[in-house]
Design a protein around this ligand. Structure first.
Ligand SMILES: [Zn+2]
Ligand SMILES: [Zn+2]
Length: 142
């Protein structure tokens, strides 16, 4: 069970220019092993939380946020000053739908419950044997 957390949840980028607040509990979280997450994070998997619609407010540094819009994928939002990965959003939307768990100031109150895009997992790191369900593609669209 997840314990209740104090709202808003807060977080930001590495250099501190971009800050955000989230006014509702996260609705889910996954580890994403997709190639884009490997590229943008430099790691084997990205821990990502799903936002309740409209719950995210950027409270500082909105001008610093840039988007990488890969072909056929969600736009990846990051701090242009320090490169920290922060959010993603559907193409053509200006409302982020996910937040990177590593950007929180404190425990966001949720744990990743699945591993997705494991078909693309990095060859250099075994997928942890943690009992979480694994999805070859997205854990949402099956
Ligand atoms: Zn930054
Ligand atoms: Zn991914």
């Amino acid at each position: 069970m997840e314990s209740p957390v104090a709202l808003p949840l807060t977080g930001g980028c590495g250099c501190g220019r971009v800050r955000y607040a989230i006014d509702a509990p996260l609705v889910g979280a996954v580890y994403c092993h997709c190639t884009r997450c490997q590229r943008r994070s430099g790691t084997a998997a990205s821990a990502t939380g799903r936002l309740a619609p409209g719950s995210l407010r950027i409270t500082a540094g909105a001008d610093e946020v840039r988007a990488w819009a890969p072909q056929g994928g969600h736009e990846k939002l990051f701090c242009s000053a320090c490169g920290s990965a922060l959010f993603s959003r559907p193409p053509g939307s200006d409302a982020p739908t996910t937040v990177r768990l590593g950007s929180f100031d404190s425990d966001p109150g949720i744990r990743p419950s699945a591993r997705q895009f494991v078909a693309y997992a990095a060859p250099w790191e075994p997928i942890p044997d943690d009992g979480l369900p694994r999805y070859e593609e997205s854990s949402l669209r099956r």
